[in-house]
Design a binder for this molecule. Structure first.
Ligand code: VG1
Ligand code: CO
Length: 590
């Protein structure tokens, strides 16, 4: 057995290692600087405590982006030196973010061991490659992202760090082959277990959904399906689940080979970046090829996000887009009937603050506990651990449930397939499929429709972005002035009745999170929300969220950009967007 020694390497603090909404994300060029990754990893070990690390089992893997393989070898050596007993690595270093969460919660090692936490190597929906982004975050024993208490401690450790520990004499581990490697160090035995990236996750999905009913749907000549992994890690799971388990055609998969640079694309599943899927869903008739698929979906780099599209008639240039805010509401409304895991009822539902209130209306109708939390998945975990929440979601293409403690892109697609299968259960022999569009329109006619859009201004000057936010906060102290400005812009929008910065008190541990977004709330339920992104790696990104509720069934069928035009105009002028950012249009509209 190869043995290793522990070396203490002198280092000094590096600026800017504060974890954002979901871990530390920076350009690869920043991460490869001497000691950069090492400082962050040691600061994490120190934040968790040497006692906790001694004898621990940690998962290390990610979405396979550029620099992951080097980072995995460094983390293995540092873990060994910090007294960790076992490292679990998905084959080739690949594990989707939801699969990491599932592995922490479900996997049992050959010797009966369970994982204590994980380093997830991803910058999620940010592009990858030598000139793009890398990222790292730590997940806890419950499978969820480290809470703010821990990430604050990690950050403060990065500002005082003096040394890190690394194993000397430990060879690089071959992570391309499944198997166990044993080594010895000063603390005794150290193992590296390379395992199949998909099997634990596939097993979990099979325990949640009725795969047989989804298979029936997929094999029906009336149904057709398309999944775009945007060359992210979802591809590794899509093939196993949709093709091998559920019998979808191999040709249903687009961009399902994981690549270090996501094929040069931006692995963000929205109408702007998921270009191939969008084309397949809307433009096929132009090429005289087949009809567009009935159902299309996409994932982001680490497979925790999802976009759901349906066929829309006429095909020309159209597809039916399900807003993520509607998606979580529709899943919650149908979960008990369509998904065996929920057959005993839902414990409660939750959404992030900027997500539309579509879920609120479902919660009210079904008499469910309801929570509104700040942006980022870490806030849902406490509710789920306390048995208060079953289904939750964010407007940013994140949907999930208490089966794990991360959002789950493939789970969301399976949930939609389960709902379509359920709605068509007595109808697969009939003539017309109950389509994605039918399901959404039925939902709107029962619950009303939340028109919703998000404008992102990416990579704007940080100074201007901060000034805009400061201005909007200041304005909030005088609602009369706000309403004068609003009336001057458009006389046909309702009145602002409240304006604040969102603050959250966790009902489980009592912790308080302040400054979680600026809200302008209107009398008719409309909302404007402004936030600065916490996941970018350069400059600032301003997110503007615009929402309007419509209960009148005769008015729920409009195009959302038309319905929201007055509020959009108010939002842009009220915030002086162009003045502060120099931008006349957003980078992305969803
Ligand atoms: C964004 C989204 C947020 C999501 C986060 C991580 O954060 O708005 O809802 O939880 O990304 O998603 P921000 O701070 O940039 O708005 V993922 O899939 O990038 O880990
Ligand atoms: Co992601």
């Amino acid at each position: 057995m190869t043995s290793f020694k522990v070396t203490r390497v002198q280092t000094s603090p590096i600026d800017g290692q504060k974890p954002g909404t979901s871990g530390l994300r920076k350009k690869v060029k920043v991460f490869v600087q001497p000691h950069y990754l090492q400082n962050f990893v040691q600061s994490t070990f120190n934040a968790l405590g040497a006692d906790k690390m001694k004898g621990a089992t940690l998962v290390v893997s990610g979405d396979g982006r550029y620099y992951s393989k080097d980072a995995i070898q460094i983390i293995i050596k540092m873990a060994a030196a910090n007294g960790v007993r076992r490292i679990w690595v998905g084959q080739n270093g690949l594990l989707s973010t939801p699969a990491v969460s599932a592995v922490i919660r479900e996997r049992v090692g050959a010797d009966g061991s369970k994982a204590n936490g994980a380093f997830i190597l991803t910058a999620s929906h940010n592009p990858g490659g030598p000139n793009e982004d890398f990222g790292i975050k730590y997940n806890m024993e419950n499978g969820g992202p480290a809470p703010e208490g821990i990430t604050d401690k990690i950050y403060s450790n990065t500002t005082t760090i003096k040394e890190y520990l690394i194993a000397e004499g430990l060879p690089d581990v071959d992570i391309s082959k499944i198997g166990l490697g044993n080594f010895t160090g000063p603390d005794g035995q150290f193992d590296v277990d390379v395992f199949d990236s998909a099997s634990d996750y596939v097993k979990l999905m099979k325990s949640i959904f009725d795969f047989k009913s989804i298979m029936n749907l997929l094999s029906s000549p009336k149904f057709s399906f398309c999944y775009d992994a945007l060359h992210g890690v979802a591809g590794a799971y899509a093939k196993r689940i949709f093709v091998e388990e559920l019998g979808a055609k191999e040709s249903s998969l687009l961009n399902c080979v994981p690549k270090e640079d996501f094929g040069g694309g931006h692995p963000d599943p929205n109408l702007t970046y998921a270009k191939e899927l969008v084309a397949r869903m809307g433009l096929s008739k132009l090429d005289n090829t087949e009809d567009p698929p009935e159902f299309g979906a996409a994932a982001d780099g680490d497979a925790d996000r999802n976009m759901v599209l349906g066929k829309r008639l006429p095909y020309f240039n159209f597809r039916f887009f399900v807003t993520p805010s509607d998606s979580v509401a529709i899943i919650a409304a149908n979960a008990v009937q369509a998904i065996p895991y929920f057959s005993g009822g839902l414990k409660g539902v939750a959404r992030s603050m900027p997500t539309s209130a579509a879920l609120d209306v479902v919660a009210k109708h079904l008499n469910l506990k309801f929570f509104e939390v700040p942006t980022g998945w870490k806030f849902f975990g406490n509710l789920m651990d306390a048995g208060m929440c079953s289904v939750c979601g964010e407007e940013s293409f994140g949907t999930g449930s208490d089966h794990i403690r991360e959002k789950d892109g493939i789970w969301a697609v399976l949930a939609w397939l389960a709902i379509i299968a359920y709605k068509n259960k007595d109808n697969l022999g009939g003539d017309k499929l109950v389509s994605v569009e039918d399901i959404v329109r039925q939902h709107w006619s029962t619950y009303g429709r939340h028109y919703y859009t998000r404008y992102d201004y990416e990579n704007v000057d940080s100074g201007g972005a901060n000034q805009l936010m400061d201005y909007l906060v200041k304005l909030q102290s005088n609602l009369t002035e706000v309403n004068n400005i609003v009336k001057g812009i458009r006389s046909d929008v309702s009145k602002v009745v409240n304006a604040d910065e969102f603050e959250y008190k966790d009902p489980v541990d009592g912790s308080i999170s302040k400054h979680q977004g600026i809200r302008y709330l209107f009398e008719d339920g409309s909302r404007l929300v402004f936030r600065l992104s916490g996941t970018g790696s350069e400059g600032a990104t301003i997110r503007l969220y615009i929402e309007q509720y419509e209960k009148d069934p005769s008015k729920i069928g409009r195009e959302s950009q038309d319905a929201l035009a007055p509020l959009v105009e108010v939002a842009l002028k009220l915030s002086k967007m162009q003045e502060y950012t120099g931008r006349s249009a957003p980078t992305v509209i969803t």
